[in-house]
Design a binder for this molecule. Structure first.
Ligand code: UGA
Length: 434
């Protein structure tokens, strides 16, 4: 059992803090955002993540998980301090390091003995060193010592708890073997492989992993676009490719491109890091461009299917960047819905969880329905943007009778071509010619 403080109660901080508490550590999660901490103290989790509210409640009740806005006191109370603050994309595409640096300054000011400072935020290579300098420069207690470790996070939104409790691997980077071992030991209850390396390589692993996954997605989307032109079926192509264990079948689902708070930000950031280092990462720049273009495909396909969009009623199913989250960051819907409105269509949207978050970002002209059926009724066509289970599981027979015209443009390849033909739909998907 260790005393761990986690600075930042965003996605990563809250999930990792809760999981460390779940396996028996005493964890203090702190944040300067009073509203968030008040919510957490009263048992309300500010983000939607299946299972998280129960895990937070259980660990709070058993006295292992605490929340506070007093960041200084939280730092003083633990010998392991995780930095899990946001690194949003700045205007130049670089990671904005403001919050990481202010956390490091705070740690320096409250360093009251030996501490291991662990960076979990996704940060440019060299940040560990920078954190070391900032802590050292702000140290109030001359006798206090510390080590810096990088322990990047690999969890996915929507399956964060199982990703965290059953992680593929933990990466621990440090120049101090004892500090690295202490952080490696924290992962023993998760029954996972721990890969130990130096600080810079650990920081690079996170970017390399995320941008490689983004590359897989853009690659299969490019293949999908060719499949459409030559009459191949991208689902079969991906399955056949993925059977080669050197390639692997995961992250080969063609669609309208990747969104979310990580891939878009991290691809831009690594392209920037590469430029700054004197190497032009042309491949990654193409990955980004391919992803941007992919979003508009559903609008093109819709126009092909129904002609001008002016005055047409369109049902949009799914708004979140992927299922099981209310996260709207970089969601393809934020580009697609405004484009449909600009073209003169009226929109009735359905998203089981993200509708409220979406309504704050989309035009007031968008109407919202509380079920798939209510969204599609009387519409000239239906567009699928997120593969929520109630979208994938919708009654096709019922939807066909409710739609004014049985037209579905599926940006996530939720249904088989045979099934849609049997059900009598005009069905356009990605990389599969009807
Ligand atoms: C991603 C990584 O998968 C995590 O390992 C990483 O820890 C996280 O970023 C992070 O850096 O914090 P996440 O953004 O939650 O996780 O979501 P993913 O499940 O990876 O999906 C990202 C996007 O790619 C979604 O828009 C999804 O629809 C899209 N995607 C995914 C595809 O279009 N095709 C696929 O085959 C897989």
């Amino acid at each position: 059992m260790r005393n761990i403080t986690v600075i930042g109660t965003g996605y990563v901080g809250l999930v990792s803090g809760s999981c460390f508490a779940e396996v028996g550590n005493r964890v203090i999660c702190c944040d300067v955002d009073e509203r968030k901490i008040n919510m957490l103290q009263s048992g309300v989790v500010p983000i939607y993540e299946p299972g998280l509210e129960d895990m937070v409640a259980r660990n709070k009740e058993q006295g292992r998980l605490h929340f506070t806005t007093d960041v200084g006191a939280a730092i003083e109370a633990s010998d392991i301090v995780y930095i899990a603050v946001g690194t949003p994309m700045s205007e130049t595409g670089e990671a904005d390091m403001r919050y990481v640096m202010s956390a490091a300054k705070k740690i320096g000011e409250h360093l009251n003995g030996y501490k291991i400072i662990v960076n979990k935020s996704t940060v440019p290579v060299g940040t560990g060193e920078l954190v070391r300098e900032v802590v050292q420069a702000n140290k109030m207690a001359p006798w206090a010592t510390f080590d810096v470790v990088s322990n990047p996070e690999f969890l996915r939104e929507g399956s964060a708890l199982s990703d965290c409790m059953n992680m593929d691997r933990a990466v621990v980077g440090s120049d101090n073997p004892e500090a690295a071992s202490a952080i490696a030991e924290l992962h023993a209850p998760f029954n996972t492989r721990v890969f130990m390396t130096d600080l810079e390589s650990a920081e690079m692993i996170k970017y390399a992993a995320n941008t490689f996954l983004a590359t897989k997605i853009s690659f299969i989307n490019a293949i999908a676009n060719i499949c459409e032109r030559v009459g191949a079926n991208v689902s079969d192509v991906a399955e056949g490719m993925g059977m080669d264990s050197r390639i692997g079948g995961k992250f080969l689902q063609a669609g309208i491109g990747y969104g979310g708070s990580c891939f878009p930000k991290d691809t831009y950031a690594l392209a920037h890091i590469a430029d700054k280092s004197g190497y032009e990462f042309e491949l990654l720049k193409s990955v980004i461009r391919t992803n941007q273009k992919q979003r508009m495909l559903v609008v093109d396909k819709l126009r092909e299917a129904i002609g001008s969009l002016a005055g047409k009623r369109i049902a949009v199913l799914g708004l979140a960047f992927k299922p099981n989250t209310d996260d709207m960051r970089e969601a393809p819907s934020l580009t697609i819905v405004p484009e449909l409105l600009r073209a003169g269509a009226s929109i009735r949207a359905y998203d089981p969880i993200a509708a409220e978050a979406a309504s704050r970002l989309l035009s007031d002209e968008v109407m919202y329905a509380d079920s798939v059926e209510a969204a599609v009724v009387g519409c000239d066509a239906c567009v699928i943007l997120t593969e929520w289970s109630d979208v994938v599981g919708m009654s096709l027979a019922q939807v066909r009778t409710l739609l004014a015209k049985p037209i579905i443009i599926d940006g996530r390849n939720c249904f088989s071509l045979d099934e849609m033909e049997r059900e009598g739909f005009v069905y356009h998907s990605i990389g599969r010619r009807p």
